[in-house]
Design a protein around this ligand. Structure first.
Ligand SMILES: [Zn+2]
Length: 436
């Protein structure tokens, strides 16, 4: 295609179309890209939003192939959602008027192409990218422009703020790029590596990694709004490590926050802190459904949610867990019989510090029938005497002779408990009376 403009230049491989237009304007002697577009009849807002007509006109003027311009554009697909190099990005991930640059890349651009040679890389427009993919140093944010349209006149902005960029200095000890950053840049270049993550839109991956990482790294009490950019960068790395293992990595991470002890009214909301609070806000969006599905299922399986209860918009179809006391009441068992049944079925475990037997906080619904059946076999001493039709003295004689054995005594004050099979055994006749 023969270009219309007197001066033309090629768009760089990872440069955005607005940055290219900004350079084109400057190289053709225009002090401002908005004026340049208006003067020659280009739709600057259309170019900013990646509209086909606007890009087609830009192709005619610049001589660049339309498909190249389309590939490098940031295209508004619906309110708040964009495509960046074919990847879905939302407003939370995309920084449009917040302009960040790599000081090293900029110096290289100016060396190679002169005063207006700096180019905005697509990856710099994603909030989760906080380091340069080439130099591994933190991106520097330029001072904000009064009018947001001016934020896209990239090479002019850099020229205006180059002293500011240089004054930020290049850190002596650059931090390396996080794995999450490398993954996102890879996705922009169509590299796919982790099946579960690869199937999620880029903005879902970025935010889920960061929010899970905030919980994993800083705990359940932290507020995301109080996290610094550096903390979010660290969190993204930790969350990404977990989520590369897919749903199991997510569930294993959440398990770390499930409290085994009983004090202090803990709940899934408190246990999962910032991650859960964030998820309640986004779980209605279809793109987050796979994450919300996994987390709601995890909550149903690990917390005593009632049938019909709603978690992240998902309904609990069947109660899977009961708090221990409620399980006993549900089975209509006296507390001591219920606990003894748990002990007989080996639900308890000995606390290493206190040496005391402790029972689980929650009882699974599928365990209730066997607890009920076990409890049916257990009776208190007075009931055992009644069944055997013996006096208290005779009964204790039988115990002393070990003809019948108590199954246990829950405390000093409580009566001993016997298992039905055991006290029916010793020489008992079919008419219910003791023989011999
Ligand atoms: Zn760089």
């Amino acid at each position: 295609m023969t270009p219309v403009l007197p001066v033309t230049l090629p768009i760089l491989a990872d440069e955005t179309v607005t940055s290219f237009t900004s350079r084109l304007a400057a190289e053709n002697g225009s002090p401002c890209v908005t004026d340049f577009c208006r003067d020659i009849g280009l739709d600057w807002n259309g170019i900013i939003n990646g509209k086909s007509d606007a890009l087609a006109a830009l192709a005619r003027f610049s001589g660049m192939a339309l498909d190249t311009l389309q590939a490098n554009s940031i295209q508004l697909v619906k309110q708040g959602n964009y495509l960046v190099r074919s990847q879905e990005v939302n407003r939370a991930l995309l920084c449009r008027t917040r302009v960040r640059v790599c000081p090293e890349c900029i110096e290289g651009d100016l060396r190679d192409r002169g005063r207006y040679g700096s180019a905005r890389r697509a990856s710099w427009q994603l909030n989760t990218i906080r380091n340069c993919e080439y130099h591994g140093i933190p991106l520097v944010e330029l001072p904000r422009e009064k009018y947001s349209a001016d934020s896209y006149d990239f090479c002019v902005l850099v020229d205006r703020h180059i002293d500011f960029v240089r004054s930020q200095g290049i850190p002596n000890a650059p931090r390396t790029n996080s794995r999450l950053e490398r993954y996102i840049v890879g996705r922009l270049n169509n590299v796919r590596k982790y099946r579960w993550l690869d199937h999620r839109p880029l903005y879902v991956v970025a935010r889920t990694c960061e929010m899970l990482g905030v919980l994993l790294l800083f705990g359940k009490a932290v507020k995301v709004s109080e996290c610094s950019e550096h903390q979010l960068w660290e969190a993204g790395e930790v969350g990404f490590d977990a989520l590369t293992k897919g749903p199991n990595g997510l569930i294993d991470s959440l398990q770390n926050f499930r409290r085994a002890d009983e004090d202090g009214g803990s709940s899934f909301g408190a246990d999962l802190g910032p991650f859960y609070r964030w998820l309640t806000v986004v779980s209605g969006q279809p793109a987050y459904a796979p994450v919300a599905d996994i987390v709601s299922r995890y909550v149903f399986e690990n917390y005593p949610v009632q049938k019909g209860g709603e978690i992240l918009g998902r309904t609990c179809k069947e109660r899977l867990l009961y708090p221990r006391d409620l399980a006993g009441r549900h089975l209509r068992l006296k507390p001591h019989i219920f606990e003894l049944a748990l002990r007989e079925l080996e639900f308890g475990s000995t606390n290493a510090e206190t040496g005391k037997l402790e029972f689980p906080r929650y009882i699974a619904s599928h365990d209730l029938p066997r607890i009920k059946s076990e409890a049916k076999n257990l009776v208190l001493e007075c009931r055992a005497r009644e069944i055997l039709r013996v006096t208290e003295r005779m009964f204790h004689g039988l115990v002393r002779e070990r003809l019948i054995t108590p199954q246990g005594r829950l405390s000093e004050q409580q009566s001993a408990v016997f298992r039905e099979g055991d006290y029916r055994t010793p020489g008992r006749s079919s008419n219910g009376k003791l023989g011999g």
